[in-house]
Design a protein around this ligand. Structure first.
Ligand code: ARG
Length: 562
């Protein structure tokens, strides 16, 4: 509906010689604080200096130039001091919005703004032979949502998981495993077992054998590679089970190991081009003049580094996908690292470097504001977090529904747990640190995933009683009805903003507001048996559809019953 307001403003502004794009006009439009002031307002202060008139005069001028307005869309356009206020024709507005939602169904909110351009979204990217930590969980949840949002905005998306499956840490594992490892124990609980070995090999005396083993890997030694493959295989099986449970899909799995050779070739090229310089036996790229320090790309023993492989990987990805955008969803602690990486690509002359972005995320903190860790001081294992959430969800569900069958309980608990964790994360701006508080996440009240699921189920129970018809009749709207309609109408704009700012929290916050608007509406407006029954049923249905669409963008499935 904002579009209609923009349409009315375009010509008057042009006549006044004010150059504004539609987007700028859109940004200038306000939502008045109370209904007597209209549904939209255009404030004129910012034009005063340019037009050498008072804001009040400008408002009057604009109103005069608007002349007659389409009565199907507006009931009035008035000035009030420095504002031009627009009053919607509530009935036709409501009819239009509800009609759009119930006819577009799962496509409501979808746009083609991406024009089928290609976006590679890299996320999750855990390290092999190490536990899947909370940092990777954040990347998984946020990256998945960003990929969904891009898809919904008309991009062709490649979901990529870039595994940390190469690097010096494997030297330690190989050295340790060679010394005291046993396949039987590995098989039973691969990630825990490898972690144990890793910890056992941290003492200094393992430094030398660790380096030797990693060198053997880089040189293609068969025995070394065989062990490495074994570790990777077992760990991957474990990770994949987790992804399946969380319903996270990838189009491509790749990893640092794919770029070991290419990284060496790249190094050669860098040396020939004189981009690198030697520093204490290692090779570095000096980025001091950009304020980015120096980046090491080859160690003194000739092995490659994380950065070298990342560079080779980026170049290869561009060759393969010709992406228009590449998003790296990785923790904030790698901020400088990615700035260096992108700068090096630019120095190498890759024009697409400007299309690479680091979508960072902050830390999870515990209730005391400290970095989230287990008692033993290690990062919490994802598995244990998830199991704990499931237990909490089951308790809540049983409290509400004592007669639920075992199978239904499992299913409902699983979806509730996913909603709790995903929403608990996504409601925060990703770059901020956020408090990880499972008890709060799982609560059915407040700004939580389960509260939103519950609102949806509530709406479903109404629809179940009586069928929705497309031939609904609209009467004068009550305030709470109008507010719900307005919220519904905002969904497409919110998706676009979330895509442009790589910010799923906009969708999450919107979803919560939508659920609130519905609950307030339902609190005061009778649906079944009221005179407005056909419209209100269609409105409830529109709410369900829009909520379902927006939850899907967060990676959360709704529940018909709670
Ligand atoms: N495996 C890395 C880690 O856990 C994250 C990889 C991020 N992606 C990248 N292209 N560097 O820290």
């Amino acid at each position: 509906m904002k579009k209609e307001v923009i349409k009315l403003l375009r010509k008057p502004l042009k006549d006044l010689k004010v150059e504004m794009t539609d987007e700028q006009i859109e940004q200038a439009i306000d939502f008045p604080p109370s209904p007597e002031l209209g549904d939209y307002a255009f404030p004129c202060f910012f034009l005063a200096a340019k037009l050498k008139m008072s804001p009040d005069e400008i408002a009057l001028k604009i109103r005069e130039k608007i002349g007659n307005f389409p009565e199907t869309e507006f009931s009035d356009v008035q000035t009030q001091g420095p504002y031009v206020n627009f009053f919607l024709n509530r009935k036709s507005f409501a009819r239009q919005v509800v009609w759009d939602v119930i006819t577009q169904k799962k496509n409501y909110g979808r746009s083609s703004s991406g024009n089928k351009k290609k976006a590679v979204v890299e996320f999750s990217s855990p390290n092999i032979a190490k536990p899947f930590g909370v940092g990777h969980l954040r990347s998984t949840i946020i990256g998945n949502s960003i990929a969904n949002i891009f898809e919904f905005s008309g991009y062709k998306v490649v979901r990529m998981n870039y595994l940390g499956d190469w690097g010096a840490q494997f030297g330690r594992l190989l050295a340790g495993y060679h010394k005291f490892g046993r396949e039987k124990s590995l098989e039973k609980n691969p990630v825990d077992y490898l972690m144990k070995i890793y910890v056992k090999t941290t003492p200094k005396k393992y430094d030398v054998p660790a380096r030797e083993w990693f060198k053997r890997m880089e040189d293609g030694d068969r025995k070394a590679l065989m062990l490495w493959k074994l570790f990777k295989g077992y760990t991957m099986d474990d990770f994949k089970k987790m992804y399946k449970l969380l319903k996270i899909k990838f189009d491509v799995y790749e990893g640092e190991s794919n770029y070991n050779k290419k990284a060496r070739e790249l190094l050669q090229e860098l040396k020939e081009k004189g981009i690198v310089k030697k520093s204490r036996g290692a090779y570095v790229i000096d980025l001091e003049k950009y304020g980015l320090g120096t980046a090491m790309i080859e160690k003194s023993d000739g092995t490659t580094l994380y950065a070298t492989r990342d560079l080779a990987a980026a170049i290869d990805r561009y060759k393969r996908y010709k992406f228009d955008k590449m998003v790296y969803e990785v923790g904030q602690e790698q901020k400088l690292y990615f700035m260096q990486l992108f700068k090096i690509m630019e120095i190498l002359g890759y024009k697409w470097a400007k299309n690479c972005v680091h979508a960072d995320h902050g830390l999870y903190l515990d209730k005391n504001g400290k970095r989230f860790r287990t008692r033993k001081g290690k990062t919490i294992f994802l598995r244990s977090i998830f199991d704990e959430t499931l237990e909490l969800a089951k308790k809540e569900i049983k409290k509400r529904d004592g007669k639920i069958s075992k199978k239904a309980l499992e299913d409902r608990a699983l979806k509730t747990a996913i909603a709790a964790i995903f929403y608990g994360d996504l409601k925060n701006n990703r770059s901020n640190n956020s408090i990880f508080n499972l008890k709060k996440f799982v609560s059915f009240e407040g700004d939580t995933g389960p509260y939103i699921l519950y609102s949806y189920a509530r709406a479903s129970s109404i629809i179940k009683k009586i069928a929705v018809t497309e031939k609904f009749q609209v009467y004068e709207l009550e305030d709470k009805e109008l507010e719900l309609v307005k919220k519904l109408s905002q969904f497409p704009e919110v998706v676009i903003s979330a895509q442009q700012s790589l910010n799923p929290s906009l969708i999450a916050n919107y979803t919560y507001q939508l659920a609130q608007a519905f609950n307030e509406f339902y609190h005061v407006c009778r649906v079944i048996g009221s005179q407005q029954e056909t419209f209100r049923l269609a409105l409830v249905q529109s709410f369900r559809q829009t909520l379902k669409n927006s939850m899907a963008l967060l990676g959360i499935e709704v529940l018909e019953k709670m």
